[in-house]
Design a protein around this ligand. Structure first.
Ligand SMILES: *Cc1c(COP(=O)(O)O)cnc(C)c1O
Length: 386
């Protein structure tokens, strides 16, 4: 076999697999301990009833000759693309229905969009960040340069004026740091991208956690962004769809050929999200669904605030926790050593910053995806060992 040689360049130990291994080993030695997981970025609350009911109705339709559906439209059913475009318009952002592409999630789209770009592109990725941006580019052999995020810039790097990139990744609110760019900061990135003819791949997976009206939830809140940015979003963190699978990508017509190319790519390699799931996603925009989802997000945000307040009371430097489900704090030099200490002495699982990039070392991520009781208990134990 002639294999893709770039796979050899991937780092082989996957962060969450290593965490699982260490937790399993500890559990084996200490089976009676009550371990609280504030590690993996997966939601814990179930789907809301409006979504579940929409799903049930859709399943029934699929079992009746008159309402059965086969293959759906490539960009997604118009009831959903219209709801998505409408939600943008409600926030004053002009998005046309034909700029919306429904998919099985943001992870797929973030990886698949690379089909549209030349392999000799230079890619600018924040460090630390969601590992998918790096790995998908490594698989295709692209040159990667990093935008350093650190305490000095509040984990919100800006263009350094000397790095030349063709593809720029921005994730705001950020995973893992929880940091959120201001509109003014995003405008700097947009100006930079326009000036060097780069594309911004903007990951808005956590936009629903932004409560502060002064902070942007979409790159398209910035003037000119429609000429340089693609935006990825997902129902995963917004509405608990991590196991249900649905997301969407906005590819503006102002980007030129890109919208057509993405339609061509999707219609060739993807046959769409199931009708049932698209109906469930549609319910997220309904009156009832909106209110139910808001309640879930507020519950996570309460946990995030508790974690952030605990760190504040201990004078520990951290980002996130206010407009994000993630809290990123300074833990000392060796984040894997801190992971072990937290696991062994407090029975709390978090994520070592080193797993998110070179600049992640010395930092640690906790997530708000647990219930209030567990989060409170974890913070009590945390205080005792930090
Ligand atoms: C969770 C997450 C996503 C969402 O991925 P899905 O495939 O839609 O579940 C996208 N980007 C980031 C940074 C995430 O953390």
């Amino acid at each position: 076999m002639k294999l893709n040689k770039h796979f050899a360049d991937l780092k082989d130990s996957y962060l969450f697999a290593e965490i699982e291994n260490r937790v399993a080993a500890y559990k084996k030695e200490h089976p009676a301990q009550n371990i609280i997981k504030l590690g993996i970025g997966d939601v814990t609350l179930p789907l809301c009833s409006a979504v579940v009911e929409a799903g049930k109705r859709a399943v029934e339709e699929m079992g009746v000759k008159e309402t059965f559906r086969g293959y759906g439209p490539y960009r997604g059913y118009s009831f959903l693309t219209e709801a998505i475009a409408g939600a943008y318009r409600e926030r004053g952002i002009s998005v046309d229905e034909t700029e919306v592409f429904v998919s099985d999630g943001a992870k797929s789209d973030v990886g698949n969009i690379l089909d549209l770009f030349s392999e000799d592109c230079t890619v600018l990725v924040p460090d630390p960040v969601y590992p998918v941006y790096v790995d998908t580019n490594v698989m295709q052999g692209r040159k990667i340069v990093y935008a350093d995020a650190h305490e000095g810039n509040g984990f919100l790097p800006l263009p350094d004026g000397k790095t030349k990139a063709d593809i720029i990744y921005i994730c705001s609110p950020n995973n893992p740091t929880g940091a959120v760019y201001t509109r003014e900061q995003l405008a700097v990135w947009v100006d930079y991208a326009l000036s060097c003819n780069a594309v911004i791949l903007f990951d808005a997976a956590y936009e629903a956690f932004v409560g502060d009206e002064n902070l942007p939830r979409s790159i398209f809140e910035v003037k000119g962004a429609e000429k340089c940015a693609v935006e990825f979003c997902s129902f995963s963190k917004t509405a608990g769809f991590t196991g249900t699978r649905c997301g969407y990508t906005i590819v503006p017509h102002a980007l030129g050929e890109l919208n057509k190319m993405w339609l061509r790519r999707q219609s060739t390699k993807f046959n769409g999200v199931s009708y049932v799931v698209q109906r469930m996603a549609e319910a997220v925009f309904g009156k009832e669904g909106k209110a139910q989802i808001r309640k879930n997000i507020e519950s996570y945000k309460k946990n995030a605030a508790l974690i952030s307040d605990t760190l504040k009371s201990m004078n520990v430097y951290h980002t996130g926790g206010v407009n994000s489900p993630y809290i990123w704090f300074k833990c000392g030099a060796d984040s894997w050593a801190f992971f072990d200490r937290l696991l062994h002495n407090a029975n709390v699982v978090g994520t070592p910053g080193a797993g998110f990039g070179r600049n992640g070392e010395g930092f640690f991520r906790l997530t708000a995806f647990n219930d209030e009781k567990n989060t409170a208990e974890a913070m009590k134990r945390f205080k005792d060992i930090f």
